[in-house]
Design a protein around this ligand. Structure first.
Ligand SMILES: NC(=O)c1ccc[n+]([C@@H]2O[C@H](COP(=O)([O-])OP(=O)(O)OC[C@H]3O[C@@H](n4cnc5c(N)ncnc54)[C@H](OP(=O)(O)O)[C@@H]3O)[C@@H](O)[C@H]2O)c1
Length: 262
């Protein structure tokens, strides 16, 4: 790809930086739609975040940037504007730099997740869902599921206080969804979603027991690498439909392109 004075520039801010893949995924996506955007990882220490953002405001060919660990929440105080999703989820993953240097934050995890399920024809509306995990991504998926009309949502997490707090927040925002926190058996749910990081490492245990889960159910794991986690492999052998994390990431690429173009 040729980067010229006409190319729109984006960054991905992170610390550490070595594991960052989002820039490569974004570059591949922009290339595939023939959009002249180039994305570079930017190693930014937490103490330098404010100064870096003040500089980005002055960089007139920058259209936006992705935000990842550890800046997803701390970036909020430096923004001029944030979408309602940011207020709900409490984290940002993309920021648009407008032509006049204003910074607008959004969180595309929830919409990307719901879009990935829709693409795989996995229904959410009226369904009973078990979500494992209540971290940053889990907050997004829980609001996304309730916003898409899930009838019942049970949130299970190692730190149960976090699951309870998330369940209460989702229930306040979406009173039409019956939300609870606690341990549950997977067999009685239509959709099971893993949002924990269990499955990224080769020797991780499964995030939950899939006993009794079969062809009537769907299992989603939002982990991107490996593409097929042990949980998804197990679900598939039991006849359940499966969807991994890559489609959620891909769906966000489409949303990012729209977000920075607006
Ligand atoms: N596909 C996508 O587009 C996409 C987007 C965002 C994130 N993700 C993936 O989602 C996963 C979680 O990311 P995150 O940002 O939510 O991380 P996070 O905020 O650190 O949350 C981690 C979650 O995993 C749980 N967990 C971690 N180690 C555990 C263990 N040993 N036993 C049981 N539970 C454990 C945590 O439970 P506690 O609360 O008890 O610590 C928490 O619920 C990562 O794999 C990330 O790559 C994918």
């Amino acid at each position: 790809m040729e980067i010229t004075g006409k190319t729109k520039i984006m960054f991905v801010l992170a610390d550490p930086i070595g594991h960052v893949r989002a820039s490569a995924v974004l570059n591949a996506y922009f290339r595939s739609i023939d959009d002249d955007v180039a994305v570079s990882p930017l190693h930014v220490l937490p103490a330098d975040l404010g100064a870096v953002l003040a500089s980005i405001r002055l960089m007139r060919n920058v259209v936006g940037f992705g935000v990842t660990i550890p800046h997803k929440t701390s970036v909020i105080e430096y923004l001029d504007e944030a979408t309602p999703e940011v207020a709900l989820i409490g984290a940002v993953n993309f920021v648009k730099r407008t032509a006049d240097g204003r910074l607008v934050g959004d969180n595309l995890d929830a919409r990307g997740f719901v879009a990935s399920l829709a693409q795989h024809r996995i229904a959410v509306r009226g369904r009973k869902v078990l979500q494992v995990g209540a971290g940053g991504a889990g907050r997004a998926t829980a609001f996304g599921l309730a916003g898409a009309g899930t009838r019942e949502l049970t949130i299970m997490n190692r730190d149960e206080a976090k699951a309870r707090a998330l369940a209460a927040a989702v229930s306040r925002r979406y009173p039409g969804t019956k939300v609870s926190a606690g341990h549950a058996e997977a067999r009685s749910f239509d959709l099971i979603v893993n949002t924990t990081s269990l499955g990224m490492k080769i020797d991780d245990p499964l995030p939950l027991d899939l006993e009794g889960v079969g062809p009537g159910a769907a299992v989603s794991d939002i982990i991107v690498t490996p593409e097929v986690t042990p949980l998804l492999a197990r679900a598939a052998t039991q006849g359940a439909r499966t969807v991994g994390g890559r489609p959620m990431l891909d769906a966000q690429m489409v949303l990012v392109a729209k977000f920075i173009a607006r």
